[in-house]
Every structure is written in C-alpha cells, then in structure tokens.
Design a protein around this ligand. Sequence first.
Ligand code: ZN
Length: 310
Amino acid sequence: MPHLYLRIALLVCLSAARLGWAQQQPAPPVRRIIDVHLHARAAADYGPTPPPNPVSGRVPAYRTDAEVVAVTLAELKRHHVVRAVTSGSQPRVAAYLAADPARIIGALDYPDNQHAPLPDTATFRRLFAEGQFRVFGELGLQYEGKTLTDPALEPYLAICERRGIPVALHTGLGFPGIAYNDCCRNFRTRLGNPQLVEEVLIRHPRLKLQLMHMGYPYLAETKALLYIYPQLYADISVTNWILPRAEFYSYLQALVTAGYGQRLLYGSDQMAWPDAIGLSIESVEKAPFLSEKQKQDIFYNNAATFYGLR
Ligand SMILES: [Zn+2]
C-alpha cells in the first residue's frame, strides 16, 4: 500500500509541475500585422495560368481577377494582417478597397504593369484628396532605367513632402534575367543602389521615404543612409521569403544590430502568390535573434509610426 501512496503522490507532483510549467510558458502572441508592400494584380498578369510560387512550388488557386482579390484578402485575414498598403493601377486598387476598405490602404504605383503614364499633378492631388491612394509607390523606376532623381518626378515629390504622403521606392534587385526581358531592357543593378536617393533627401528633408526590400544587397549603403537620415525607413519585403533564409537573416540581423530595429517595416511583396504572405511572416517569427518586442515593432509598431496609423 505505501507503494501505491507513493505512486499517487508522485503523479500529483508531476501533474502540478506540468501545470506550473504550462502556466509559465508565454502565450503565443496574437499578432497585429501591417503589410506595407502588397500588390493588386490581375489573374492574367503572369500568363494564362498563374505560375507556381518559385519558393514553395505552390500553384495559386485563383483563375479570375475577383478570385485574386478574394484569395489574397483571405490570406491577410488568416495571418492577422490588419492593414495592407496595396499598390497597382487605379481600377485594381479600387477593387481591393471596395472589398475590404478597413484593411486596404491604396497606393499609386509607377510604372504600373499596364504602362499607364503618371497622372498629371492636378489629377494626382485629386486622387489623393479622394482617398484613392495614401502612398506613392511602389516606384519601380529601376525597371525603366530611372532613379528617384528623375526630373519628371520632382513635382510629385514636392507634393508628397508638403502633404506628408509616404513615398515607397523599389530598391535592390529584380527577378533573375530581368534585364533581358522585353519589359525591362533598361534595368541595371546599379540603379537599385539606395544611395542614389541621397540628393532627393537633401532637396526634400521632410519627405517620408520607404526603401523597399531593405536596399538588399547594398547593406553598407543602406546603413549609411539610415544613419544620416533618421526620417528614412526600410521594408523587409521579398527578401523575407525569396532569399535563402540564412541570407535574409544575415542582412536583417546586420540592420538590427546596427540599431535600426525601429525603422524596419514588415512587407510581403505578394505579387502572384498569396502564400508569400505566410512564408514572409514565418521567416520573421522564426528569426532566432529577434526579441518579441523587435518582432512586434517590425510587424506593426514601426509602420504605425511611419504611416501615422493607430
Ligand atoms: Zn513590390
């Protein structure tokens, strides 16, 4: 009998210990995420049937433009993305805004993949006043062999500076082989160097500028800019799912270690593949060198500050 009592006592102790241990575990965080870099694309943008995600190999399930919107919004909700800066041509952004106005923040991209010209400055001001866009970008100027210092952009940058409209600039790279593609014969790697924005920052000291893709792979130049220009932010999009995980971590950790953890913004750069949203979030969640506070800063707090959202 004493043997039985001993076993019961041991069981009680173990259960209590297990209970205590469970209570000490931090509850998994309920994320509130802002995706600062999402694309409003159409079903046929990448061919008659969507190609597989180059990383996951998954073929997207959509077939129509309406399905692209529905599938993308479902992924955002599933991953607790409460706001998403969504860029594209006006009709496409309008479709996202109409479907989920509380979640979507419209952005005016240029050049868009339908080769629409920039609206004139009066129209630009009107579209902003009507709430059709809140962010000027993605500016994929590199794909056309241009930079942010292009004189044609100057009046728009002046408006953005005056009205506090954030400008989101593509920096870094593009898809392998892009410079041979008919769309982008003037693409050059050197034009993705974020240091090329410096004269714009001098001319427009109050401009809210977001370097997309963290300036990857121009780490030294990105650090230099973040150091000298405290108003500058950088988004971590696309590098967080398309690069080898170790390479993304190395670059991200270098910027965090350098002290810029409160200037980094989560973005997915979801283009044709809605599963990129989950992949890009997972890579940040699993970063072994980030504290919980740093993750939440990157996922939400920094973007709320930069975009003036609460
Ligand atoms: Zn993009």
